[in-house]
Design a protein around this ligand. Structure first.
Ligand SMILES: C[S@@+](CC[C@H](N)C(=O)[O-])C[C@H]1O[C@@H](n2cnc3c(N)ncnc32)[C@H](O)[C@@H]1O
Ligand code: FES
Length: 453
């Protein structure tokens, strides 16, 4: 069987720092160039690209092999890619200047590298050296912290298409020596490029982290930087069983609230169409969006159904932000806002749909049961409760993101956590909901739906 004319295996193996490997020799850029060139030449149906582990000629990477011919290429740089594609995949002639012709030499090289690798592994094992992946997890905070600091200081906007460390330091009012250290670390992480002392954003950092890009996510990501400080207290929180130094949402200032709601909005704007499709609102629906945040879900429901009216219930500091999004969506009057405390207040009457999205993880089991009871009172008979959140498997160890998010709630709330399907179903049934079921959505969070009996 030959579903493709050519199959390229290209190595993207990363080895420990200082050990020669294709990743350290720039395989990511070569793979990117190859994929783009294959796309641009309309060869996607003829040439399949598969990334793979070490091919053995590690000192001469990036390495790739083209089948069915079995031609091995070494040292393929992004600038070689157009010539390689033209020669091998269009004209059907291997590109001789990069191809390995001496099979005996190649075999020897592969064998010698394999032997060196095995010997190094045995020595590390005998010495009890920590495995690399364990080390990487232990030190993961260094890269995370460097990137978060870059976002807090808006480094990627300052660097843009080219700036020296001194110029960046001047733009963002930081210390020149320290700024250079930060920029160099960001280069080592692949977040910036550097040439002759001039730094540049990569296409990825320019797209997601720089002002002026339509996909700039920096404002919402400042929320991740804010949360980072809480995670430093995790040890104390595990000892105490609750968030240490917790501050109620209502008492936080705009420096917290604005990035928080921006982060929620970005996430919600992407998920809302999926939720609307899964729930499928009927005409004339009256929606209560409990803790509705930026109003992204209410807006999506209202856009999908022009007979729907929605009320966003949230804390007073959040409502002007929600109102801004509602006005911008042209839904003033069809989506309104109401100040209220979802922990204690009565939620209203005669709604046909109550949405509780990304709220239950903030609350304790008892608070969730109480909230579901008040949601039932707010619904007319036959009305539906739709709850969206991380839903853990029964033993609470997966999905990983949901299990880790429980710790995010431990460090950030008095009694929040993430919960399992069985817990949600039991609480909803105890509150008087029937036909309770889960609707799976892509990602670690899903929906639970129940009908007021
Ligand atoms: C994680 S966000 C979820 C926002 C929105 N439902 C979504 O899914 O994008 C939690 C929301 O609950 C609101 N909130 C927190 N405590 C609240 C309270 N006691 N009463 C009302 N709203 C509250 C927050 O202001 C925030 O908008
Ligand atoms: S790391 Fe790529 S060939 Fe060894």
């Amino acid at each position: 069987m030959q579903p493709f004319r050519y199959h390229v295996f290209i190595c993207d193996q990363r080895k420990p720092e200082g050990v020669p490997c294709c990743a350290a020799r720039g395989s990511a850029a070569t793979i990117d160039a190859l994929r783009k060139e294959i796309g641009a030449r309309d060869l996607i149906d003829r040439v399949q690209i598969t990334t793979c582990g070490s091919l053995g000629a590690c000192e001469r990477g990036p390495n790739l092999v083209v089948y069915p011919e079995g031609v091995w290429y070494s040292g393929v740089k992004p600038e070689d890619v157009p010539e390689l594609v033209e020669s091998h995949f269009i004209e059907g002639r291997p590109l001789e200047r990069l191809a390995n012709h001496d099979e005996a030499r190649l075999r020897g090289e592969i064998q010698s590298n394999r032997n060196k690798f095995m010997a190094a592994q045995r020595a590390r094992d005998a010495a009890g050296v920590l495995p690399d992946d364990l080390n990487q997890t232990l030190r993961g905070y260094m890269e995370s912290r460097a990137l978060l600091t870059a976002l807090e200081l808006d480094v990627f906007t300052a660097v843009g298409g080219g700036a020296t460390a001194a110029e960046v330091a001047q733009k963002i009012s930081t210390h020149p020596r320290a700024t250079e250290m930060l920029l160099n670390a960001l280069v080592s992480m692949g977040m910036l490029a550097k040439q002759e002392g001039v730094y540049r954003d990569t296409p990825v950092t320019a797209r997601y982290f720089a002002e002026g890009s339509k996909d700039n996510a920096r404002h919402g990501l400042i929320h991740t930087a804010n949360i980072w400080h809480r995670w430093s207290n995790l040890t104390d929180c595990v000892r105490a069983g609750t968030a240490v130094g917790h501050q109620e949402m209502a008492d936080r200032n705009d420096d917290w609230t604005k990035p928080f709601i921006a982060a929620m909005h970005r996430n919600a704007a992407e998920r809302a169409p999926l939720v609307v499709q899964a729930v499928g609102p009927a005409a004339g629906e009256r929606l209560l969006d409990v803790g509705g945040g930026s109003a992204a879900y209410s807006i999506a429901f209202a856009k999908a159904n022009d007979k729907l009216h929605a009320t966003v219930l949230d804390l007073p500091p959040v409502l002007p932000i929600a109102q801004g999004h509602i006005d911008a969506a042209g839904l003033t009057g069809r989506v309104d806002t109401r100040a209220g405390d979802l922990r204690h207040d009565a939620l209203g009457k005669d709604f046909t749909l109550v949405l509780v999205s990304a709220i239950c993880h903030m609350l304790s089991p008892e608070e969730n049961q109480d909230l579901f009871r008040r949601c039932r009172e707010a619904l007319e008979p036959g009305g539906r409760l739709v709850m969206q959140d991380f839903i853990l498997e029964a033993d609470k160890t997966a999905p990983k993101q949901a299990a880790l998010f429980a710790l995010n709630m431990l460090v950030g709330t008095p009694a929040g956590s993430t919960y399992s399907y069985d817990e949600y179903r039991a609480w909803m049934e105890a509150a008087g909901f029937k036909a309770v079921r889960e609707i799976h959505l892509p990602g670690p969070s899903s929906l639970m739906v129940g009908v007021r009996g």
